[in-house]
Write a protein that binds this ligand. Structure first.
Ligand code: NI
Length: 170
C-alpha cells in the first residue's frame, strides 16, 4: 500500500490514450490498492491510472466516502466502457490533476459501465448523478481528456497558462 504522486496539468502523460488491460493480475491489484490509497489521501472521489503515470485503462471511484466520511468502499473498473447513457446533468467538477480549479460540465445523468473487476470478472455498474459524472470523468482520463477539455477554449487556455507558470515557479 502506497500513496503515489499525482501528475498535474499540464503534463503530456495526461493527454495520452491509456492501453487496455488483457488480464487483471497481482501486480495490477497492487496498483489498484495504491490508487485507492492515493485517492483517499488526496480526498478525491475518483482516480484514473494515468493520473499516477500508468497508462493503463484502470479507474477507481468511491463517491460516498468523501461525502459521509464513512467506510472506504473503492470500486475498481478495468477497461471501462459506457454501454448506455441517458439524461443530462450539470455538475461543478474538479480534478486531483488540476488543483484548486472547478468548473461546471454537462454530462449524461445516467450511465451503465461495463468492464472487469479486480478479480478479472465481468462487471456492470449503473451510475446516477454524481456517480455518473465521476465515471464519465474518470473514463475521459483514459482517453487523454480532462474536464477542462469540456469548458471553453478561452477559459482553458487562460487556466493552462496559469498552471504552467505555477509549475515553472516551483
Ligand atoms: Ni480527474
Amino acid at each position: 500500500m502506497a500513496v503515489l504522486p499525482i501528475l498535474t496539468a499540464p503534463d503530456r502523460r495526461l493527454k495520452q490514450i491509456s492501453q487496455p488491460v488483457s488480464k487483471v493480475d497481482d501486480a495490477l491489484r497492487q496498483l489498484m490498492d495504491d490508487m485507492a490509497d492515493t485517492m483517499y489521501h488526496a480526498i478525491g472521489i475518483g482516480l484514473a491510472a494515468p493520473q499516477v503515470g500508468i497508462l493503463r485503462r484502470i479507474i477507481c471511484v468511491d463517491v460516498h466516502h468523501a461525502q459521509e466520511g464513512n467506510e472506504k468502499k473503492p470500486v475498481f473498473i478495468v477497461n471501462p466502457v459506457i454501454v448506455h447513457s441517458a439524461g443530462e446533468i450539470c455538475w461543478k467538477e474538479g480534478c486531483l490533476s488540476i488543483p484548486e480549479y472547478h468548473s461546471e460540465v454537462t454530462r449524461a445523468a445516467h450511465v451503465v459501465v461495463k468492464g472487469l473487476d479486480r478479480n478479472n470478472q465481468v462487471l456492470e455498474l449503473v451510475g446516477d448523478d454524481l456517480m455518473a459524472v465521476c465515471l464519465q470523468h474518470e473514463i475521459d482520463h483514459l482517453n487523454g481528456k480532462l474536464f477542462i477539455d469540456h469548458i471553453s477554449m478561452l477559459k482553458r487556455s487562460i487556466l493552462l497558462k496559469k498552471l504552467k507558470k505555477q509549475k515553472e515557479e516551483q
